[in-house]
Write a protein that binds this ligand. Sequence first.
Ligand SMILES: [Zn+2]
Length: 314
Amino acid sequence: MRVGVDIGGMSIKIGLVDDSKKIVAKKVIPTQSDVLPAEGVVANIADAIITLLEENNLAVEQCESIGVACPGTVDGRTGVVLYSNNIRWEDVPMLDILREKLPVPMFLANDADAAALAEVIAGAAKDKENAVLLTLGTGVGGGVIINGKIFTGPLRGGCELGHMVIRHGGKPCTCGRRGCFEVYASATALMELARETAVAHPESLMNTMADGDVCKIDGRIVFDAEKAGDKAAKLVVEQYEEDLSVGIANVINMFRPEVIILGGGVSAQEKYLTDALQEKVNGMCYGGFICEVAPIVTSELKNDAGIIGAAYLS
Ligand SMILES: [Zn+2]
């Protein structure tokens, strides 16, 4: 049995994962990084792991490994979370603190990397060894799997796919540059564009669906309004898919993965989104159909990907 830990801004999910890569037991605790020092959060994780093992009649020694998936920049070799904007951590020696209570092999990875690994070993890319996962959430996270292993490059901060520029001189990004992929392709970007468009088009169905409160417009409302034939929503979806396609085509040109997997809230649109993207991306990739273009699919493991990927880190 292995343990996978998936740290999020609001909650931390901890799961027992068996040899068939299925979660057999799960525990969710609040992150509380706004009120606790990092050491306190990690101590809570250790306690929750111990409780979860006990509840399932397992001794710590019966646990093969513990893996942690954390948002932000991490150093897997030293087990240190270097910087995580979401949970406001800097230089947290995550694995050293955990090891004091749990003497088992331990691993640490970025959450998008862990999720990508999970999709390759047990999800949407199960029969593949080379895949790229893009998570469309607050930002755009990227996980690259090459020959069945997470690829981050030898130096810190590699494979930040959300920060490739797709519009030179475009909108400012939190990283300090302008025109980054995530400024246009994140779920946040979709909602911002939708809200601006809804204000400019008071007749839009998006306003009706949000009860006249633009703040209530989310990704689902945009797509629902577009499917119902709303012109303003169509403008939003068209623009969003165009920007997302540019980034996906760039990723394909760089890595030529066997599959592109989309995760995050927007991926709930499944084939409705991926079919439209595929058509655009096919026309943007280098070499056209002379070179193969990866199919674009949505995540299979969804919210469980982080736990399963973390449990199978090595
Ligand atoms: Zn950026």
